[in-house]
Design a protein around this ligand. Structure first.
Ligand SMILES: C[S@@+](CC[C@H](N)C(=O)[O-])C[C@H]1O[C@@H](n2cnc3c(N)ncnc32)[C@H](O)[C@@H]1O
Length: 433
């Protein structure tokens, strides 16, 4: 093991995080936002990844196994290999039991610090997951450098670090509990004090004011409370700081996508989109990272930043290529939008997406409803467009591919910003389920 804070290791040995009961594996597959193969393919591999040819995954600081199990489950019918590294043996034990219940035999378990990965001779990886870990290192950049050391040239990373502004109340609670617990020597005693404090906090407290942002202290058991309020080493970042770190320092290209809400929550025009103020036009001309930070500050909900990072700038699947197959992702947002467009008879509308808290004016144009109705995850845009041109209602206009892509762009952009529509190349078959 290399250099890590002993208190951090002790914490995760005593309180493996997240708290998981392996028995639940029999009835419940936990999915993680970034690690859906369709997301990885769309955002990191131009929609052309088959996940065959010995695809190699590293889950660094994999904890009790959420991402490891989800990835291993999706890749169980391929020759892919998943390597789970964590310095907490208690966490690995739980993750292993979960894999055992699912009969997953495509995972290697390594009880080590991720800082020593370059010395472990593990080879290089196509995809590295590191969720909620780098911000717990004394030197987060040393952790990132260790991961980059084993990332293939065309590989990709899925990262999550804490969000600076969304966690403002959490940091006040950490300060408060450090004061309260200064003479308390045991972990159990500190935890008891944290629980007692939560019972009596006045509603004016800054954590209390934004309590709905955090669920760990309510649903995460002891491990959740310790992780949020009593962590020995914990830092946070703004969207701009992530760009400065990953892009300026390491030449990587981050693609922010918040769990369940995508990039939309980083778009000022969507966060402030219900009644767009005049200054948005000037904001739209600012560097992207500043726009993202404006949305982060305005929205106030980003307690974490999740993102993919690749060395190549153009790693995502391209919109505008007829050889790509569009498909709906995650929930029924796309079908609900179709319903709204039909009821509104194709006129421009303001779409208020309650789940993500964003809104946007969308002009669907004459073809969007028809295109949305024919997206089935099998047909490419080219095939859909050919069918559209043959449809009786459009025979008079006969729009070309370019015109159809242009007309469908506002709807695509809205759904894509929420990751509710993804693309894969038509030659790529996803791993069998
Ligand atoms: C907050 S938990 C996140 C677990 C998992 N990634 C997830 O999202 O469910 C942080 C994990 O990182 C691990 N960790 C922290 N520092 C580490 C290090 N230097 N090397 C390996 N694992 C580490 C801890 O043991 C813990 O399991």
């Amino acid at each position: 093991m290399a250099d890590y804070l002993p208190q951090v290791r002790e914490q995760y040995e005593a309180f493996p995080y997240p708290q998981r009961d392996p028995e639940k594996e029999k009835s419940w597959l936990i999915t993680t936002w970034l690690d859906d193969l369709a997301m990885i393919n769309h955002h990191c591999f131009g929609g052309r990844q088959t996940f065959g040819g010995r695809f190699r995954v590293l889950v660094a600081g994999g904890g009790t196994g959420d991402a490891t199990i989800f990835l291993a489950h999706q890749l169980r019918n391929t020759d892919a290999e998943i390597v789970h590294v964590d310095m907490s043996s208690a966490s690995i034990d739980i993750a292993r039991q979960r894999a055992g219940i699912r009969n997953l035999d495509n995972i290697a378990w390594i009880n080590e610090s991720l800082l020593s990965i370059p010395q472990l001779d593990l080879g290089r990886f196509d995809y590295i997951n590191c969720i909620g870990v780098l911000h717990h290192l004394q030197d987060p950049d040393a952790g990132l450098r260790a991961l980059l050391n084993v990332l293939k040239a065309d590989g990709a990373m899925g990262i999550m670090v804490y969000g600076r502004y969304g966690r403002a109340g959490v940091y006040q609670m950490q300060s408060l509990l450090r004061l309260i617990n200064q003479h308390e020597t045991t972990a159990r005693g500190k935890l008891a004090n944290a629980r007692a404090l939560l019972e009596v906090l006045p509603k004016t407290n800054w954590f209390k004011r934004g309590e709905d942002l955090i669920v760990d202290h309510l649903e995460g058991g002891d491990a959740g409370i310790v992780d949020v309020f009593l962590h020995a080493c914990d830092c946070a970042y703004s969207a701009s700081e992530i760009h400065a770190w990953f892009e300026d320092q390491h030449g990587l290209h981050p693609r922010l996508t918040n769990s369940g809400r995508g990039r939309a929550v980083y778009e000022p025009a969507m966060v402030l989109g219900l009644r767009p103020p005049g200054f948005l036009q000037a904001v739209a001309k600012l560097p992207l990272r500043e726009q993202y930070e404006i949305a982060e500050l305005a929205g106030g909900t980003l307690i974490t930043h999740s993102f993919f990072a690749t060395r190549r700038a153009e790693a995502a699947a391209p919109y505008g290529d007829a050889a790509y197959v569009p498909f709906f992702h995650f929930d029924k947002t796309a079908l609900q939008l179709l319903d709204m467009i039909e009821r509104n008879q194709g006129r421009p509308l303001v779409v208020d997406h309650a789940l993500s808290g964003v809104a946007m004016r969308v002009d669907p144009g004459p073809y969007a409803a028809w295109i949305l109705r024919h997206i089935d995850g099998e047909k490419s845009f080219g095939e859909i467009f050919a069918l559209l041109r043959a449809a009786a209602e459009f025979r008079a206009a006969v729009p070309g591919d370019e015109e159809l892509f242009r007309s469908f762009a506002p709807v695509y952009e809205f759904l894509s910003s929420l990751d509710r529509i993804l693309l894969r190349h038509r030659d790529v078959t996803p791993p069998a389920d």
